[in-house]
Design a protein around this ligand. Structure first.
Ligand code: ADP
Ligand code: MG
Length: 337
């Protein structure tokens, strides 16, 4: 007898794993995957403009930076043919409905912040030139001279014509980056394929739509540590967040710190016991303007102003105490020291 061995593989050993594999492959394809966001960085409004889109297209991301460049071209005092430069050079200029409308609104904010937000301090800022090449402590006489012609109450808006007294300089430094976030939102609203986005222009941030993580996380910079090291975090829904601080632009003379946010009352850098203020509001311009205004006002005086504008804030005091307004207590997490 021959030992007869047939070596035959049962076809089921192939068919079952193969069909399992196919079913798994089809199912995997049906599982919604976390899409890679589109990320773009540009330079605008004197600082980085970073765009992160979930959904949407490259074109939408590009359109955001184009719109922000256009805005910069209209409002920046360092762009020679902006409306602001025309006004600052010629003491009077015919602008358009958008520009004069914004300026009118910002004058109202001047009144509603007890004068703390004042975009007519350009001449005073120029004397200090903080962050520039000629930073210095100006003489008392120079400051008083520049202060005499500054102040939003001296600005005249007649239809679309804007007039300033000789010596005044309009400066959008305290709202420009927030306005850039407003422009970004308008672009995003025109692209329904965007599910969520984060747009940051310097210290102003737009949180748009839904975050893939449920809520958006915004870090608050630690005032004494390297850029990127946070002192606290906010978990937020859609909205605008801006931070103003005395650690961003400053110089130290004879042991004293001079920062770039000025008190419109004195013409000197604001000193109100704060290192930074982060404001959450419904518009970018508002969050930016209020972060500057609250820094000037200090904690106590800021509270009624924030309430008036239905905005929330986180204050970092000179002692590195982190104080949120009531509406942000739950959203705030302190970083371990
Ligand atoms: P950032 O420079 O990070 O945008 P802010 O939003 O606080 O910070 O704006 C500060 C800028 O606004 C200054 O560099 C100056 O140009 C201008 N500025 C300074 N003090 C005031 C003020 N009290 N009101 C309005 N603008 C101001
Ligand atoms: Mg500001």
């Amino acid at each position: 007898m021959h030992d007869f061995k047939v070596s035959r593989i049962n076809p089921l050993f192939i068919i079952i794993p193969l069909s399992l594999f196919l079913v798994a492959a089809v199912l995997w394809d049906l599982v919604p995957k976390q899409q890679e966001p589109i990320e773009k960085t540009a330079f605008a409004m004197g600082s980085a403009l970073t765009v992160t889109l979930y959904g949407g297209t490259e074109e939408t991301a590009d359109q955001i930076s184009q719109q922000v460049q256009l805005l910069e071209h209209r409002i920046s005092p360092t762009v020679s043919d902006s409306y602001t430069s025309f006004i600052n050079r010629n003491l009077s200029a015919v602008t358009d409905a958008d520009y004069s409308g914004d300026l009118r609104l910002f004058m109202e904010w001047g009144a509603e912040t007890e004068g703390a937000f004042d975009l007519t301090l350009g001449a005073v800022s120029a004397l200090w030139d903080i962050g520039g090449e000629n930073e210095r402590v100006p003489s008392e006489a120079e400051i008083q001279q520049a202060m005499k012609v500054s102040g939003w109450a001296n600005l005249v808006i007649d239809g679309n014509t804007v007039r300033i007294p000789e010596g005044m300089q309009i400066d959008f430094g305290a709202v420009g980056k927030g306005m850039a976030c407003d422009e970004a939102k308008t672009v995003l609203q025109a692209d329904p394929s965007v599910s969520g986005a984060v747009v940051a222009s310097g210290g102003s941030v737009l949180l748009y739509g839904d975050s893939p993580d449920g809520a958006w996380t915004v870090g608050i910079q630690h005032p004494d540590k390297e850029i990127g090291e946070t002192i606290a975090e906010l978990q937020l829904e859609e909205g605008f967040v801006s931070t103003s601080g005395n650690y961003q632009k400053y110089f130290i003379r004879d042991g004293k710190r001079y920062c770039h946010i000025l008190s419109p009352q004195t013409g000197y850098p604001a000193e109100t016991g704060l290192k930074s203020v982060t404001v959450v509001a419904d518009s970018g311009a508002l969050s930016d303007a209020l972060s500057t205004a609250c820094f000037v006002l200090g904690y106590e005086k800021s509270l009624p102003v924030l309430e008036r504008f239905d905005a929330q804030a986180v204050f970092i005091t000179d002692e590195n105490e982190v104080i949120p307004t009531d509406g942000l207590t739950d959203a705030l997490t302190l970083q371990a020291a």
